[in-house]
Design a protein around this ligand. Structure first.
Ligand code: FPP
Length: 264
């Protein structure tokens, strides 16, 4: 938290928000559905790609803020399997944007000790974007700070299908297919997010009350925070308010409330 306070101006309104946070109950993992870029552009009579370009700055801000707060994991939904249905020009532009963003941001990610991972069907990405992504994953692999999972060409159902097939392949190779029984741990261990704790807080911008095929397995007990703010307008203060709201929630995980227990 000190690392965040030190970059805020003495009279910055975010200061009070940071100081109201309980450092002992920060979410370990935050996941974000960055929605509303198209509407942001429409409202300004701009082409939709301009909305995606405007969406880069809040992604930078959120990554830096999480890194400085000491959040361990951040998962950003950047491109879904279903996004291929968009006009070709918009899809091509999103890949170019991703490529340029990763190349430009790599020094900054290194500076903050961020480890980049990619979750999704990465093999199907256009070559230049895939190469840039793989380079960033490899270059940051030894960093010890915030882990940013970029969900790219990602679908929650596809992830589950891939996990089930991985379980079948392993059993086939081990000759244990006939009596195969699958546990929740087996499934979790074959997801793209294997080894990453489930998200504690899921943020969605632009007011839609949907999950949109994002982290279907992992969000079983995530606290949901939906804001009407469109992604390009999402600020550091909005993120801090979402975390404060999370800290006011009573997480029961299907059990009963422990006296005085709030979000961990
Ligand atoms: C949803 O808005 C957003 C996307 C499909 C792309 C997300 C990409 C970025 C925010 C770019 C930068 C981020 C990284 C990590 C490189 P929408 O087009 O669905 O908006 P709409 O619902 O208003 O049409």
């Amino acid at each position: 938290m000190e690392a965040l306070l030190e970059i805020l101006e003495p009279d910055a309104p975010e200061r009070a928000l940071v100081q109201s946070l309980d450092p002992g109950r920060l979410p370990c993992h935050i996941a974000i559905i960055m929605d509303g870029n198209g509407r942001w552009a429409n409202r300004r009579s701009l082409p939709r790609p301009a909305g995606h370009e405007a969406g880069v700055e809040p992604a930078r801000t959120v990554i830096e803020t999480c890194a400085r707060l000491g959040i361990r994991y951040l998962t950003l939904y950047a491109f879904s399997l279903e996004n291929w249905k968009r006009p070709r020009a918009e899809v091509d532009m999103l890949w170019r944007l991703l490529q340029v963003y990763i190349r430009r941001e790599l020094p900054n990610l290194m500076k903050h000790g961020v480890r980049v991972k990619a979750i999704g069907r990465i093999d199907a990405l256009p070559d230049p974007a895939r190469r840039e992504l793989v380079h960033a994953v490899e270059a940051t692999a030894q960093n010890q700070g915030l882990q940013v999972n970029l969900a790219i060409n990602y679908g929650g159902r596809a992830e589950l299908a891939d996990a089930f097939n991985a379980i079948l392949d392993k059993a086939r190779a081990a000759g244990t297919l006939e009596n195969l029984r699958v546990t929740e741990q087996d499934i979790a261990g074959c997801l793209y997010t294997a080894g990453v704790p489930d998200p504690d807080l899921l943020i969605r911008t632009s007011g839609e009350m949907r999950i949109s095929n994002f982290l279907l397995w992992q969000i079983a007990y995530a606290e949901l925070f939906v804001t009407d703010t469109l992604w390009p307008d999402f600020t550091r203060a909005d993120l801090l308010r979402a975390i404060l709201e999370y800290q006011s929630r009573d997480r029961r995980f299907g059990g009963l409330a422990a006296a005085g227990a709030k979000a961990r």
